[in-house]
Design a protein around this ligand. Structure first.
Ligand code: BT5
Length: 271
């Protein structure tokens, strides 16, 4: 499909106009470009920014993935956004709390007719290809969690050729909503829908606790029961995914029959 190189600009008026939920009191910052929306929001958090602060950018110079990887962030086409929470949270619940970002995205995509799944910990896939990644950062105050930043990079209107050019072979595993749907997608409406869904899942967290999120997450997960390869610092092993531990870690049964918990490593589908 031929996609134009620009989509309508992000504007906060448009985003605000389309928000439905009133359970969150968002406080927006929209930038033309930043190094990383997560980093900008961490700076704001360290200076006392309140829960509900949102940083959005048209592009990122140094968008970050997990484990020191980069996030391809071309200007004017996609969504790069981060949301600040100041939850009463024990560090063990951090991973489950981060599921809010991907659960909310799967929900925000449903009205577009896009059925998405989640690959642990927080990749969002459509037809097996990555359309979004989410990144959690946190600040501690002593042993307590001071703040949590949930960031999302969502390929909205970027074309697959650009993804392939930027990402090399990994680009073959990436897609965008416009590619999936065959038409441009309104980023302002989608950002509002994601924020509404984030607010709803956050409320659910507060009311029902982490178990409810783990359950919802498991219903949308593509890894359970599948054979995977786990790559960590220096050690790689194969196994079959059993599901989630109470912390949100992935439990993988290795070939010796030991259940091993995966907390930050890379997990690849074997087949
Ligand atoms: C992620 O990391 O998937 C988390 C990405 C989070 C990005 C958002 S953007 C707003 C906020 N601010 C930030 O600085 N970051 C967050 P990971 O699982 O490590 O995946 C990274 C890998 O995905 C890379 O090594 C590439 O192979 C691939 N990749 C990079 N850019 C991509 C893109 N735009 N679309 C699909 N795949 C991409």
């Amino acid at each position: 499909m031929m996609l134009s190189m620009k989509s309508s600009p992000l504007t906060l008026d448009e985003v605000r106009r389309r928000l439905v939920s009133d359970t969150a009191d968002w406080h927006f910052f929209l930038f033309a470009d930043v190094d990383s929306t997560n980093d900008s929001l961490r700076d704001l958090a360290a200076r006392g920014a309140r829960e509900g602060t949102v940083v959005v950018a048209e592009t990122q110079r140094r968008g970050r993935g997990r484990l020191g990887r980069a996030w391809f962030s071309p200007p004017g086409l996609n969504i790069y956004a981060s949301v600040l929470f100041r939850p009463a949270l024990v560090p063990d619940d951090m991973l489950t709390f981060s599921f809010i970002a991907s659960l909310a995205l799967v929900e925000a995509l449903e009205p577009l007719g896009v059925s998405a799944q989640i690959k642990w910990p927080n990749d969002v896939l459509v037809d097996g290809k990555k359309v979004a990644g989410t990144l959690v950062d946190c600040g501690m105050r002593g042993a307590a969690v001071d703040y949590v930043v949930l960031g999302i990079g969502l390929n909205v209107n970027v074309g697959t050729a650009a993804l392939r050019d930027a990402l090399g072979p990994a680009g073959g595993f990436a897609t965008s909503l416009a590619e999936v749907l065959g038409h441009e997608v309104d980023r302002n409406a989608l950002l509002a829908a994601w924020l509404d869904a984030v607010a709803a899942w956050h409320l659910r967290w507060k009311r029902e606790g982490p178990a409810a999120l783990r359950k919802a997450w498991a219903d949308r997960d593509i890894l359970s029961g599948r054979r995977v390869e786990v790559r960590g610092d220096g050690q790689t092993f194969e196994g079959r995914v059993l599901g989630l531990a109470p912390t949100g870690a992935l439990v993988v049964m290795d070939t010796l029959g030991h259940a091993r918990q995966v907390t930050s490593e890379e997990v690849r589908l074997h087949d």
